[in-house]
Design a protein around this ligand. Sequence first.
Ligand code: SAM
Length: 337
Amino acid sequence: MIRAHLPRVSGTFLGSLAPLPERLCPNVEDCLGSGTLLLERAGIETARLDVECLLAHVLASTRWQVILEPRRRLRQVEFGRYLALLLRRERREPLAYVLGTREFWSLPLAVSSGVLIPRPETETLVEASLAILRRAPPQPLRRSPAPTPTPWVPGGPAPSPQPPVILDLCTGTGAVAVALARELPAARIIATDISRRAIRVARANAERHGVADRVTFLRGDLWRALDGHAPADGVDLIVSNPPYIPSGTLATLMPEVQWEPRRALDGGRDGLQFHREIIAGAPQHLRPGGCLLLEIGADQAAAVRGLLATTTAFEVPRVFQDLAGRDRVVVARRHPS
Ligand SMILES: C[S@@+](CC[C@H](N)C(=O)[O-])C[C@H]1O[C@@H](n2cnc3c(N)ncnc32)[C@H](O)[C@@H]1O
């Protein structure tokens, strides 16, 4: 059905979203075929997958169920909604914004325009944090506690008798904070962001996943968010995925990225403006033996090591790779005394 109208797709039929009589609404197979073609023409490499996700969303179903029912005819209201979503995606709006959700650490998270969509590589930050707190060597990504922890950081962080206190700077949707809170049932987490909208979304995600009572959200400009709220004894971990794209390369990124808030991406001239500020302030907020974990761009490890070396507060840092084998997280431990 959509295919029949594709030659004049955006201008007329899809553009006007004129409601079709119920009996003329296409079935799943037609929607998948025509929708895929439309998105391919828009240059979207994941066209088929995206269309399956859109249909599953509209039909309140799973991708697999959708595929297994090719002859299912869409109702008028379903077809209308499908077309509306398809057109948004055709304009290269990120799938996560169109659907309003993105999975991170196997947790469905709400996302909305104005808030960065969590990326799979940021799970490395969660993985490394858990490895440190559980004193286990980092394993390939897994979602349950390590069964037999063994030391991995030489002289690892001094065990604390208290439940860990973690600071997540630049929390965005709260992806890292919520994942850590879910994995560490006793941990207390402070999550900050400069964006009011991000804090609202992050709080909603914490509520959705039942951890809101252990996550404190603070809005403010980097360290200033902590004014009057910093734990007196410091925190055990500081984690952050700050903006780290060099300003000059932002315009060269995929069309989808241009929909995301510039403030969430722009790391200044060399991409390291936030890393500099975080490293400068971290010793004051970390307890002795605590660790700072910073997400980095794949080519920023040496530069961030260099920034860490400008202070005597930290031991020699370590770098963790993401699942693609790229440098992704720098870990620096504050000297124990
Ligand atoms: C790269 S995003 C990371 C979001 C989230 N932690 C994640 O991994 O999906 C960076 C976040 O930093 C926030 N941010 C930008 N400038 C900031 C500032 N000066 N102080 C605090 N947060 C800031 C943005 O609003 C955005 O949510």
